[in-house]
Design a protein around this ligand. Sequence first.
Ligand code: SF4
Ligand code: SF4
Length: 143
Amino acid sequence: MNAVAEGFRHNYCYQCGACVADCPANIYSGSFNPRLILLKAILGFEDELIRTDSEIWDCTNCYTCSERCPQDVRPIDVIIALKNLCMLQGVSPEMVGKVSDSVYKSGITTKITSLVEKRRKMYGLESLKECPVDELTAMFEDE
Ligand code: SF4
Ligand code: SF4
């Protein structure tokens, strides 16, 4: 588990806010702000970020911020490193543990129910196939 944002790109953040513009978590919540997360991380306010109720958990890992950043800061790398730090310190929301456990055991984040299958059919989507769990487990164990 990588709890370090590799390289020094995050130090080049000049707080322009381009990463906020199309961030879906910002659009949805109105308060989540990757620019401020970068600022707190750079200034060493990790005690505000590494906690169960930290705002970082609202990030969807969509990578839009990294595509928008003119400085190639890759804000999502910093947020993922912070999430990993939280996991290593045992401070994450209960739901994150449940989802991780589900991915580890079945390769999927949520249970495939008959209702899910019915809806997929309704939208013309194929049935979900079983995940190669052995391959996933091997990958996790290599980490
Ligand atoms: S991370 Fe990039 S886009 Fe976001 S505020 Fe810093 S420089 Fe601007
Ligand atoms: S990866 Fe997270 S911070 Fe970046 S745009 Fe997506 S939701 Fe926002």
